[in-house]
Design a protein around this ligand. Structure first.
Ligand code: SAH
Length: 350
């Protein structure tokens, strides 16, 4: 079975024409799909066409499995995929709009020592349509349409490494920014990567001015290797060079994520070393006090130590913020909710 949300408007035009229908029908179909509808719910297509579509395509690639709402309004979703796999997403409500955090893979193969998503390794890649459907189902849940979108910003910061699923992620970016569809502005989309250098370079040629976010988490390769296996493949220097190239290609400043882990990367020396690494072109550092993951054993820093680290960076001319921790009460960290559901399912089976 195929996923209809994987198709661009042009591909849908080919599809309807191959079914003996006029080309303009594709637009109707496309609009219905972007309303987050199941094929079953579409009313303005012929019965025959609907039957063919239902035989060929999965009716509901993603459905919302559970929603948890925090006191600050943040909502955390677990979605169920058509094959039973669970992925997750977070909706953050800000004054300027709603940001949805989407997953790009089931699990993750990168093996970062602080992260819950990679505890069970990579299960599979998500298709472009499966990534898109996360946006469509939540937009629908919020009462949004393609014209009146309730999701204004997207961050590719859920489970998975987007640049390890490059082709599908790029197709997703093209679909979600398509003026015929939900038309989210590329400028409002952030892609976060642990630093797969050749694919960062490929992103430079896309012509989509999305925000590139790099999960740096260390000021030098030695410390980075302690928590991030990808550091054995690409050096910080290679990552910074590719980031600079990205800035030159898109004009967008690059954001570096730095999770503060007690006794690992939180010293004043680390701050000084980090300042040297990220200076020289427009960048921004986002400090995140580590969200402790039970299975991982790493400890977070307190607010005061985070402030000291921030002040040191600021003193050295770095643009830096400490990320507001939102959704803390609802297993907000990467992979935590999925893990909880998987554990509960294990218990049921015992
Ligand atoms: N694989 C991509 C996308 C994941 S995005 C990447 O590595 O960037 C999720 C962000 O949250 C990344 O910056 C990741 O390093 C960070 N993260 C993962 N687990 C975390 C934790 N326990 N506490 C704080 N940040 C975490």
């Amino acid at each position: 079975m195929e996923i209809i949300q994987d198709l661009s408007l042009e591909e849908m035009e080919d599809l309807v024409q191959s079914l003996g229908q006029p080309k303009y029908r594709a637009k109707q179909l496309f609009e219905n799909i972007y309303l987050g509808k199941k094929i079953e719910e579409i009313t303005n297509i012929s019965k025959d066409m609907k039957q063919v579509l239902q035989e060929r395509f999965i009716d509901e690639p993603i459905k919302i499995h559970t929603v948890q709402t925090d006191t600050d309004g943040t909502q955390k979703f677990a979605y169920q995929l058509f094959d039973g796999n669970i992925i997750e997403g977070v909706l953050m409500k800000y004054k300027y709009g709603n940001t949805l955090c989407v997953s790009t893979q089931v699990g993750c193969g990168m093996g970062c020592k602080f992260c819950a998503s990679s505890l069970n390794g990579l299960v599979r890649n998500l298709s472009a349509g499966e990534i898109l459907s996360q946006v469509l189902v939540v937009n629908r849940m919020l009462g949004g349409t393609a014209k009146d979108r309730q999701i204004t910003n997207i961050v590719l910061m859920g489970s998975g490494e987007p640049l390890d699923n490059y082709d599908n992620v790029v197709k997703f970016l093209q679909l979600v920014t398509s003026p015929n569809g939900i038309n989210v502005s590329a400028r409002n989309i952030s892609l976060s990567t642990c630093g797969i250098v050749p694919n960062i370079k490929k992103l430079c040629t896309l012509g989509l001015p999305i925000i590139l976010t790099i999960s740096l988490h260390a000021p030098n390769d030695e410390i980075r290797k302690q928590t991030m296996p990808i550091a054995n493949k690409y050096t910080i220097k290679q990552i910074i060079d590719a980031s600079r190239e990205y800035f030159e290609a898109t004009g967008r400043r690059v954001v570096f994520e730095y999770a503060l882990i007690k006794g690992v990367n939180d010293s004043t020396n680390c701050a000084r070393e980090l300042a040297k690494v990220v200076r020289g072109f427009p960048t921004h550092v986002n400090l995140i006090p580590l969200n402790e993951v039970e299975e991982r054993g790493l400890k977070t820093v307190n607010r005061k130590d985070a402030e000291i680290f921030k002040d040191e960076l600021e003193k050295l001319g770095v643009s830096v913020t400490i990320r507001r921790t939102i959704g803390e009460n609802i297993d907000g960290a990467c992979g935590q909710l999925r893990n909880k559901i998987l554990k509960e399912e294990d218990k049921k089976e015992e």
